[in-house]
Design a protein around this ligand. Sequence first.
Ligand SMILES: Cc1cc2nc3c(=O)[nH]c(=O)nc-3n(C[C@H](O)[C@H](O)[C@H](O)COP(=O)(O)O)c2cc1C
Length: 352
Amino acid sequence: MNKKIRKILEAAIQAPSGDNCQPWRFAVQGLTINLYNCPERDQSLYNFQQRASLVAHGAVLENLELAAVEEGFKVSIILFPDKEQPELVAQVDLAEDVRRTDPLEEAIYRRCTNRGSFAGGKLNDTQTKVMISCAEGYDGARVVLATENPAKNQLAAIAAKNDWLVFANRPLHQFLFEQIRWNQTDTIRTRDGLDVETLALSRADRLGFPNLRHWPLVNFLNRFGLAHMIGRKAQQLCRQSAGLGAVIVTGSQPEDFVLGGRVMERVWLRATAHNLQFQPYAGIAFLLQQVREGGTGDLTLKSVAALRQVQSDMQQLFGLTDDEVVVMYFRVGEGAAPAGRSIRHRLDDLLI
Ligand SMILES: Cc1cc2nc3c(=O)[nH]c(=O)nc-3n(C[C@H](O)[C@H](O)[C@H](O)COP(=O)(O)O)c2cc1C
């Protein structure tokens, strides 16, 4: 493979994906790159109609374009070019062009999920503006950001439901613990999933956490408020963060989720370029879509009601319309570097 194409694809696969499942494969022919989805890589309740994976593909395409422009290519992307092949997410054609540099490209390898606590403080006007403006030029998407109370506190309560739901619902709990890689040997063997180091657990939590993989224990502890305690902890992390935001798209076609992923990646890279830490909360967004579209996905009745409440809270907070869909919530702020970084599959193992 052409050295430049390899470099471009190496940048593309630094993209984030739900629980680091990396649901992508590539076929390269000359200057054409076909990007495929791999549904088997994420069969979780979260990945309703493969939407979480499509958001991840949007991030892949954003990285790919930034890296290709840096290597001196013009990029043209056709989404879902072949109706007979629904897994073919995009056909990317490169053409020689002048080399251009984008400051976001430099952030591709530094971007990381940070689940630790941030330093507090405030975002300055420039930081706020550049993040909100990430959707400019991308018709059908917008970014909202709350930096002051009461909006920030309200959004913190919404985002924290993400973590509460995981410990209140067996299928979500099961999926989380299947994705955790408990040691280096496992991480390197699978090259996917959530390395326990990236969870930013305190020393005390690190000791007790492995016991929580047993659902009967979690179910028992929930009588004493375990899931609520975990939710409150997440709420605290969110409240301490300088900004809380969401990426919103208009529509719920596959293309809309790819677009949401592109914008999400731009916001994340922009935050990284400004040396800000970032954590997405997305599970809740996809579960809510499933509930709104008629499925309860084995969630408890209380969880379904809480998700419906999120929809009306977002309508009130950001004027969310019935056509609009949140693809991701996030918290952002200054802070120490992440506790760990996630591994990726080797590029050669992703080529068809
Ligand atoms: C669609 C999507 C959903 C995600 N949901 C969450 C989430 O709810 N909570 C979380 O902490 N991280 C979430 N992440 C972050 C991933 O876990 C993370 O990107 C992945 O483990 C790779 O790590 P990295 O971002 O540090 O490269 C999500 C990422 C994507 C793309």
